[in-house]
Design a protein. Structure first.
Length: 189
């Protein structure tokens, strides 16, 4: 496997929208009903062009094909696509607030091959370099295992309304960046 990461561009948006829909529909069937997934694709799941414009959203490619995506943010919005209302683009203070890990999706045919971990490590490294000592995210139920293995601690499940009387469950999760996951050594740089 020769996966490469690069910053996403606005030209990638149509391919990302397609990937996100395939990922959500293909990898969520054990945790969410189809109506929940379809509702989430109208706002909770999708492309956030603020991340693309901030140059904090990445695509994972294999021979030029996008097989995964994910990013991080130094802004207040925790999750959701451009279509989600109530977004907050205010800047976070790295000294007192956690960076946000955002919008991770992997093509179902590439699932469980390390793409999520590769993207997560890149995002954590960038957040750390930007001065953040903590990160937080809103995990989908299928994503909880990945984040837990990488040192994230979950809070109580929350429900988010996705329309037509449907809601979807998420697990808020946090991690300290003081230690690198897996090596047990304190990060001094």
């Amino acid at each position: 496997m020769s996966i490469t990461l690069r910053q996403a561009t606005l030209d990638d948006v149509p391919a990302l929208q397609s990937l996100i829909a395939r990922s959500a529909r293909g990898l969520s069937t054990a945790d969410y009903r189809p109506a929940q997934v379809e509702g989430a694709l109208r706002g909770a799941f999708g492309v956030d062009t603020q991340l693309v414009n901030d140059r904090t959203y990445f695509v994972a490619e294999e021979n030029g094909a996008i097989v995964g995506c994910g990013g991080w943010s130094f802004r207040s919005t925790l999750f959701g696509s451009d279509a989600r209302g109530g977004r907050d683009s205010s800047l976070l203070d790295p000294k007192s607030q956690a960076a946000k890990i955002r919008a991770f999706f992997v093509d179902p045919s590439w699932a469980r091959r390390g793409i999520g971990t590769l993207l997560l490590e890149r995002c954590e490294d960038e957040a750390r370099a930007r001065g953040f000592s903590e990160v937080e995210l809103m995990a989908t139920l299928p994503g909880v295992k990945l984040y837990a293995v990488r040192g994230y601690v979950g809070a109580e499940m929350v429900r988010y309304e996705v329309g037509a009387g449907e809601s979807i469950e998420f697990i808020p999760m946090r991690k300290s960046l003081a230690f690198r996951s897996g090596d047990g050594a304190q990060n001094t740089g």
